[in-house]
Write a protein that binds this ligand. Structure first.
Ligand code: AMP
Length: 575
C-alpha cells in the first residue's frame, strides 16, 4: 500500500471535502462540523442524494455504518428547505426498540438542533401524557416503535397525513420481533406515494416481500458486496487481528488496559470523529501516555509538528481520523488500534496496512460493541481473514502481564552482569532471612518501581457474541411467520416463565418480546421460545436473568394490564 495522499488533507481543503459536496443545508453542515464528522461514510454518500431527490431506497446497512445520518440528514435538509410554520409530522422513523428510538431521536436532535427541528421519541413504557403534549405542540420528526406508534395513530393523536418521508430502520429486527402487522397498519395510514427508505442489516425473504409491497422502484444499496473482493492486501498475513467486545462506556478503559498489556513501541489509534480524537488523546495523556492528536482540522504546520514528534519517538501514540492518516508517511507502527470499528471494511484494510510492513509482525486491535458484530463480519468477508474475538483482558491478566514484564527485565539484568555491588547487600541479608525471601523483596521493589500505568478499573465482561447469523438460512428450520405461535431457539440453561395472559387477552409474541427487551433490558438474542396459549403464555429466558425479567414484567403492563408472572411450575408427577 502506498502512502500517497488520496485526497487533499490540508485543514482548509479537508473542510471543503465530504459533506459539502452533497449539497446539504449550511445549518446541517455546521452541526456536522461541530460533531467532528470529517466525511460521509459510504452509506451516507450513496443514500443522501437518493433521499434528497425524494426517491425510494432499499439499503443494506448495519449499525455502525452511519445509517442514522444517512436518512436523518436528507430528511432534515428537505424539512428545513421547506421552511414555514409547520404543524404536521414531516418525517416518520420506525425502529424496533425503545433504546434505538431514543438513540435515533438524539441523533436527529443533534443534527437538526441549529435548524430548530423538533423531534420526539415515541415508545412503549414512556409517559403517554408527555408524548401527547409534545405531539399537541407540534413535532417535525417522530421516531417510534411500531406498537406505540400504532396506538397513537388509532387514538388519532399521531396524524400522518403530512408525512413526507418514512424510514424503516432495522426492518429485519422489526419483523423478527413480530411487528409486521403493526408496520402494515402504520404504513396504510401514511399518504400514498410518499418516499420511503428501508434499512436492514439482513435481507431475509420477508424483507423482500415488504419492500416489494411498499417501495416503488427503489434504488438498492448493498454495501460491502458491491466492491471487488480481492486477495488480502499485502502484508496483512503478518498482522495479528484481534477484536475485543466492550460496552461503549468502557472503551477508553479497555484501550488503556490493552495498551498496558501490549506495550506498543509505536501505535496509531483510529477514531471516527475529530471530537473523539481530541477527547481520546487528552484522556490518554491524562493517564500518563504520550499521545498526539491528528485530524482534518489541523493546518499543515500543525500536522508537521505532530508528525515530527511521532517520528522522533517523542510521542508513541498517534490518535487520528482516517482522513488525517491518509497522507501520512509513517513507515511502520507496531500496533493499529481501532477505537471504533470503521464504518466501511475498506477503511479497516487501509488502517491495518500501517502495520506488519516489510516482513515485520504487527497487531491490529479493534474495540467493538456487540451490535457492531456485522461490521466485523463485513471486514472478514473483504479480507478473507479471520479476526479473533475476545473479551477484554481482566485486571488479573494485566497484573500477570506486568509481573511477566518485571521478570523479563530482571532476567535481562542478571544476564547483563555487573551485580557485584548488590551481591554484598544480598549476602548480608541472607544471614538473617531466607534467600528466596530476599530475592522476592527485590522483585517486589523492582515491580513497584516500574509503576502501574493505568487505573485498574473494572470493565464489565460481556460475552463474545455468537458469530452465526441471527436468522437461520432457509432450509435450516421453520421460517418464522409474522406471528409465530412459538419463536426463537431453545436456549441451553434457560428457564420458562409463566405469564398469566395469552391469546384471549390479545397477547402476541411481539408484546412479550418488546416488554422483555425494553423493561428487563435483555438483548433480543437472549430470549428463547415464546408460546402463546389462550389463557397464558410461556417464555424462555436465561436462568440468570429470570428473576430480573419476572420483576420487570411485574412492574410493567402487557396490553394495558398488569399480569401474573412467575417461573413455570414443574408438571405434577403422573400417577
Ligand atoms: P450508526 O450506524 O448510524 O449507528 O452510526 C454509528 C456511529 O458513527 C455513530 O456514533 C455516529 O455518530 C457516527 N457517525 C455517523 N456518521 C459519521 C461520519 N460521517 N463520520 C464520523 N462518524 C460518523
Amino acid at each position: 500500500m502506498s502512502d500517497t495522499p488520496e485526497r487533499p488533507v490540508d485543514g482548509e481543503e479537508a473542510e471543503q471535502s465530504g459533506f459539502v459536496s452533497l449539497g446539504l443545508d449550511s445549518r446541517l453542515l455546521a452541526a456536522l462540523a461541530a460533531l467532528g464528522y470529517e466525511e460521509p461514510t459510504p452509506v451516507q454518500r450513496q443514500a443522501i442524494p437518493i433521499l434528497l431527490e425524494g426517491r425510494d431506497l432499499l439499503a443494506q446497512a448495519a449499525t455502525g455504518t452511519g445509517k442514522t445520518a444517512a436518512f436523518a440528514l436528507p430528511m432534515l435538509d428537505r424539512l428545513v428547505r421547506e421552511g414555514g410554520e409547520r404543524r404536521g409530522v414531516f418525517g416518520l422513523v420506525l425502529v424496533p426498540t425503545r433504546e434505538l428510538a431514543m438513540q435515533v431521536a438524539e441523533a436527529v436532535h443533534r443534527y437538526g438542533k441549529q435548524a430548530g427541528v423538533r423531534v420526539l421519541a415515541v415508545y412503549g413504557g414512556s409517559s403517554m401524557g408527555l408524548q401527547l403534549r409534545a405531539l399537541e405542540r407540534g413535532v417535525d420528526v417522530v421516531v417510534a416503535t411500531p406498537g406505540r406508534a400504532l396506538d397513537h395513530v388509532r387514538r388519532g393523536t399521531l396524524a400522518l397525513a403530512d408525512v413526507k418521508l418514512v424510514v424503516l430502520d432495522e426492518a429485519d429486527e422489526m419483523l423478527d420481533m413480530g411487528f409486521a402487522e403493526d408496520l402494515e397498519a402504520i404504513l396504510d395510514a401514511t399518504p400514498d406515494g410518499r418516499p420511503m427508505a428501508l434499512f436492514s442489516a439482513t435481507f431475509p425473504p420477508r424483507i423482500a416481500v415488504l419492500a416489494a409491497r411498499r417501495l416503488s422502484s427503489p434504488t438498492e444499496l448493498k454495501l460491502g458486496a458491491s466492491r471487488a473482493m480481492g486477495a488480502a492486501p499485502e502484508g496483512q498475513g503478518r498482522v495479528k487481528q484481534t477484536a475485543y467486545v466492550v460496552p461503549r462506556a468502557h472503551k477508553l478503559a479497555a484501550l488503556s488496559r490493552v495498551l498496558d498489556l501490549e506495550d506498543p513501541t509505536s501505535a496509531i489509534v483510529f477514531c471516527r470523529t475529530r471530537t473523539e480524537v481530541d477527547e481520546i488523546s487528552e484522556k490518554l495523556n491524562a493517564r500518563g501516555r504520550r499521545a498526539e492528536a491528528l485530524h482534518g482540522g489541523f493546518s499543515q504546520e500543525q500536522r508537521d509538528r505532530v508528525m515530527r514528534r511521532f517520528r522522533s519517538g517523542a510521542a508513541d501514540l498517534l490518535v487520528a481520523t482516517d482522513v488525517a492518516a491518509r497522507g501520512l508517511d509513517v513507515e511502520q507502527v507496531s500496533h493499529v488500534f481501532n477505537f471504533d470499528v470503521p464504518s466501511e471494511a475498506e477503511a479497516y484494510v487501509h488502517r491495518i496496512g500501517r502495520t506488519g510492513r516489510a516482513g515485520r509482525a504487527g497487531s491490529a486491535i479493534t474495540f467493538y460493541e456487540p451490535r457492531e458484530q456485522w461490521l466485523l463480519a463485513n471486514v472478514e468477508r473483504l479480507t478473507k481473514k479471520k479476526i479473533e474475538r475476545a473479551t477484554v483482558p481482566t485486571v488479573a491478566d494485566l497484573k500477570a502481564r506486568r509481573l511477566e514484564l518485571t521478570r523479563a527485565s530482571l532476567r535481562e539484568t542478571i544476564l547483563g552482569g555487573g551485580l557485584d555491588t548488590f551481591r554484598v547487600a544480598v549476602e548480608s541479608l541472607a544471614d538473617e532471612f531466607d534467600l528466596l525471601d530476599v530475592a522476592a523483596a527485590g522483585v517486589k521493589l523492582a515491580h513497584e518501581a516500574a509503576g502501574s500505568p493505568g487505573e485498574d478499573e473494572e470493565i464489565p465482561a460481556i460475552p463474545v457474541p455468537p458469530e452465526r447469523p441471527r436468522f437461520a438460512p432457509r432450509g435450516d428450520g421453520p421460517a418464522p411467520g409474522p406471528f409465530p405461535a412459538r419463536r426463537g431457539p431453545r436456549l441451553a440453561g434457560a428457564v420458562r416463565l409463566f405469564v398469566g395472559a395469552g391469546r384471549d387477552a390479545g397477547i402476541r409474541p411481539a408484546d412479550l418480546f418488546g416488554a422483555i427487551t425494553n423493561e428487563a433490558k435483555l438483548p433480543s438474542r437472549a430470549i428463547g421460545a415464546i408460546e402463546i396459549a389462550d389463557r397464558f403464555s410461556l417464555v424462555e429466558v436465561p436462568g440468570e436473568s429470570a428473576d430480573a425479567v419476572i420483576e420487570a414484567l411485574r412492574r410493567t403492563t402487557l396490553r394495558g394490564r398488569k399480569v401474573l408472572v412467575r417461573r413455570e411450575r414443574p408438571a405434577p408427577p403422573r400417577r
